[in-house]
Design a protein around this ligand. Structure first.
Ligand code: FAD
Length: 396
């Protein structure tokens, strides 16, 4: 019988794995993709929707490309995984058997780590917009409704979290909107980390030169509580802060299904450990984990590009396994991440990661990556092309 791989999650990791399993096996492997959302909405470049230079429709793609390739896309949620029996039970009640399982559920936002946040989020008072979609639009609407002279506050959890530069990019996008529409307003960045986690000099320069006096960056400001109705943030050390629009990013861990499946086995059971040669889980045989859910290797970002890159290594390893071959002994990963300062001023950070057989992990290749010297207009075109390319590579 034809081998069957079940993939949980149609984001960057899962969709890429589904697509490349079909391509690498020349359609010999059956692939089922489980994803509750009707369409793929890209987190990369979603900050531009918040800034107002792009529409949500421009960053939304359908799953029909995968279906054309013969992937069975089930619009459902994986409710339970039994790694002994090798089955996945869906929210709709059905149970599917797998030969190999790929798990790429992204992150679970830990609302309960910030007092009052779960209720304030449920009431729509305090948004995250860290999963692109309806909340991206809702946050944009809150900014549009805010008075001139108001304060937008974004709070950043301690590392590791999804996409290190993205909160600072969001601060730029909101400042760009304010400069045009509400120039007396302020952007407050409350960062639990001791410094800007990515592209620090570039963001600092942008805030000083393009948005002077508008962006107030405060490192080592950890948010521990929120009062959504009063618009107040409680900090661990400093005094309370008031703001008109609150965007609280709580701590994150691997998506909940990874915990149910017993895969969240490292770093205080927050992340999933894998054998980096193949991305097979260290907790369960025949289960592969990708993307943000992983316990990262040194200097490996939690990014869409990285999830896409990992998915190809895993897909090749699964095809090798099912064909009785050895996996590629020397896999490589790449990452590029663009950040938009406004609608056309852009900077990138890039890296290449090679598998190190001695240390059994990926290590950055010295000299292979780098950061833009400064944000510039020349990278606007490649940045948008990067997004369109990776959506095509992920979804067909
Ligand atoms: P996701 O892409 O989140 O996919 C997970 C999928 O699993 C989701 O579709 C979800 O619905 C589904 N799922 C979860 N649980 C279940 C379940 N039980 N059953 C079925 N399905 C389930 N990365 C970059 O490379 N470049 C950028 O410029 C960039 N910018 C970003 C900007 C912002 C504002 C944000 C928030 C992120 C950005 N990222 C960027 C990071 C990128 O979005 C993530 O790293 C990437 O989405 C991770 O892929 P993933 O497959 O792990 O998770």
């Amino acid at each position: 019988a034809k081998a069957q791989v079940v993939v949980i999650g149609g984001g960057f990791g899962g969709a890429t794995a589904a697509r490349y399993l079909r391509l690498f096996s020349q359609h010999r492997i059956g692939v089922v993709l489980i994803e509750p959302d009707a369409a793929f909405v890209s987190c990369p470049v979603s900050n531009l929707v918040i800034g107002g230079s792009r529409k949500l429709a421009e960053i939304t793609r359908s799953y029909t490309g995968l279906e054309r390739l013969g992937v069975r896309v089930l619009r459902d949620v994986a409710q339970a995984v039994d790694t002994q029996r090798k089955t996945v039970t869906l929210g709709g009640g059905a149970t599917i058997a797998y030969d190999m399982l790929v798990v790429s559920p992204g992150v679970e936002l830990q609302f309960d780590e910030v007092e009052g946040l779960r209720a304030a989020h449920a009431a729509g008072q305090v948004l995250q917009a860290w999963k692109a979609g309806p909340e991206t639009l809702a946050l944009r609407r809150q900014l549009e409704a805010m008075r001139d002279g108001g304060v937008f506050a974004i709070t950043i959890p301690e590392q590791p979290y999804r996409c290190p530069p993205a909160p600072y990019e969001r601060a730029c996008q909101v400042a760009w909107y304010f400069r045009q529409a509400k120039p007396r307003s302020k952007v407050l960045v409350l960062d639990a980390n001791p410094d800007i986690t990515s592209k620090g000099p570039i963001f600092r320069k942008a805030w000083a030169e393009q948005y002077p006096g508008m962006v107030d960056y405060r490192p080592q400001n950890k948010v521990v509580g929120v009062d959504g109705r009063a618009g107040v943030l409680h900090l661990e050390v400093q005094d309370d802060v008031q703001a008109d629009v609150l965007n609280v990013l709580p701590p994150m861990r691997a998506g909940a299904i990874a915990a149910q499946a017993g895969l969240r086995n490292v770093a205080d059971r927050r992340w999933c450990g894998v054998d980096f040669l193949t991305f097979e889980s260290t907790a369960a045989r025949d289960v592969y984990v990708l993307g943000d859910a992983l316990q990262i290797a040194p200097l490996m970002p939690k990014s869409g590009h990285m999830a896409n890159s990992q998915a190809k290594v895993a897909a090749a390893a699964i095809v090798a396994r099912l064909s009785g071959w050895e996996p590629n002994p020397a896999p490589m990963l790449t990452n590029t991440c663009y950040s938009y300062i406004d609608d056309r001023t852009v900077a990138h950070v890039a890296s290449v990661h090679a598998y190190d057989a001695g240390q059994k992990t990926f290590l950055p290749v010295p000299g292979a990556g780098g950061v833009s010297a400064e944000a510039n207009h020349d990278e606007a075109r490649p940045a948008w092309d990067w997004a369109r390319n990776i959506w095509s590579d992920t979804l067909g």
